[in-house]
Design a protein around this ligand. Structure first.
Ligand SMILES: [Zn+2]
Length: 446
């Protein structure tokens, strides 16, 4: 790192400190802070002729709760960097391990920023396969491109920051993307979980604005040649909503799936969950893109998933993206509760299992302790569901646990949730002492 004088020329905003942001991390003698991102304007251009893609982004942010070097992430090779109109170099925004391991590295701005002060960071980059575990390349074909944000909770760096600079998941920001497909006449189709999409008539350029309450794990975006996608639209009644909810369901042509059957299943699950847990906190449409591989990913009111994973991913529109993890380390909750509630196929437990859990089993760490950790442990599915079966038993049965979780959901719908908050809620709601189970099977304490 090279030294720059602290930037103090721009007035403070008086914003409240971000209680959900991780505390500052020490990097040598420097203090690294989570900034507060207000708006990201990005442009992604795909040239089908040369099979090259480029990105650029402008990030309006405020300094953190204390003075320090702000950290964001982008898993693409930077070509240029500018701060408040002044040229820096890509080395001034290099990846650093902040103590949560090299996989959870963040790009740290080599310029100290005063707490709460407003700035504009601009970057330009080549768009390649993101430098993160499990990321997939851009799908070039002779006269088209297939592109999917393809996020994952399981590996650090697998949210928006794969393609567009982004903060950690506690931070909400407005996201504007201009997207263009060049070097081909073939119309393309864009599927995204926002009503704010403007399309150019030739269907090769779009301007998208996602809701400002989104975080880095919220936006779904799928792009493919229009003639390679089958799509259905419908609308249906959802308990608790005065207006009907729209549904868009699509599949890639090479995926064998019956869209009308999947649509009926999705509508049934959505209606059931809206009745059971109440408010639908997303927009006026649910989006589903069907994939072939046995995988799925949840977004805010949306999913990209195989048919087999659809029920699990729809459940996440309540737990996971209806209430969202405040930190990546809180992400175990939604996987554990979703598996407990939906899936008999992940291990030996039945749906809504209730089974005593003694304190003799091996301790499990579902909550990664480092505040800059950025992944959901794989144990969250099986061991996490086992924990919920134990809590159901402790609370007096699965109906009691579901009622407690419904109450927790309603109190937090649309907001960020924490592991501590859920532990405190379960204790208060039931009077049962979940503390020992929590300590051993969430925090891994022997
Ligand atoms: Zn899941």
């Amino acid at each position: 790192m090279t030294a720059h004088p602290p930037i103090r020329k721009i007035r403070k905003t008086g914003r409240m400190p971000q209680s959900l942001a991780p505390p500052p991390a020490a990097l040598g003698s420097r203090r690294v802070v989570a900034p507060s991102v207000e708006r990201i304007r990005a442009s992604l251009r795909f040239d089908v002729g040369t099979r090259e893609a480029v990105g650029k982004a402008a990030i309006d942010f405020c300094g953190g709760a204390v003075d320090g070097h702000p950290a964001l992430d982008l898993r693409q090779p930077l070509e240029w960097v500018r701060l408040d109109g002044r040229d820096l170099t890509p080395d001034d925004l290099a990846h650093r391990d902040l103590g949560a391991g090299p996989e959870a590295r963040m790009r740290v701005l080599d310029v100290p920023i005063e707490a709460g002060s407003r700035h504009l960071l601009e970057v330009g980059y080549r768009l390649e396969t993101p430098d993160a575990e499990g990321a997939v390349p851009i799908g070039w074909s002779s006269d088209g491109v297939k592109f999917d944000l393809w996020m994952s909770d399981l590996e650090p760096g697998r949210y928006l920051e794969m393609w567009i600079p982004a903060p950690l998941v506690h931070d909400r920001f407005a996201l504007h993307i201009d997207l263009a497909v060049e070097g081909t006449d073939r119309p393309h189709m864009l599927l995204a979980n926002t009503a704010g999409v403007d399309a150019e008539p030739g269907r090769r350029a779009w301007s998208l604005l996602y809701p400002a309450h989104f975080t880095a794990l919220s936006p779904m975006l799928v792009l493919a040649p229009a003639d390679s996608i089958e799509m259905r639209r419908s609308a249906f009644g959802l308990p608790g909503r005065s207006r009907s909810l729209g549904m868009v369901i699509a599949r890639h042509a090479d995926v064998d799936a019956d869209l009308s059957a999947a649509e009926a299943d999705l509508q049934g699950w959505l209606a059931y969950l809206a009745a059971r847990y109440q408010p639908w906190v997303h927009g006026d449409t649910f989006w589903a893109v069907i994939w072939g591989p046995a995988r799925g990913m949840e977004y805010d009111g949306a999913t990209t998933a195989s048919v087999a994973a659809l029920e699990h991913e729809v459940f996440h529109s309540w737990f996971g993206r209806g209430v969202k993890p405040a930190r990546a380390s809180d992400g175990w909750i939604d996987e554990a509760y979703t598996v407990w509630s939906t899936a008999a196929h992940r291990g030996d437990l039945s749906r809504f299992a209730s089974e005593e859990l003694s304190l003799d089993e091996p301790a499990v760490t579902l909550y990664a302790p480092h505040p800059w950790s950025r992944h959901t442990p794989r144990e969250s599915y099986r061991e996490g569901a086992r924990l919920f079966a134990g809590i159901a038993h402790l609370l007096g049965g699965p109906d009691r646990l579901r009622a407690a979780m419904a109450d927790w959901y309603r109190s937090n719908a649309g907001n960020l949730v924490t592991t501590d908050g859920l532990g405190a809620h379960l204790k208060l709601w039931s009077g049962a002492d979940v503390g020992p189970l929590w300590a051993r099977y969430v925090h891994g304490r022997e």
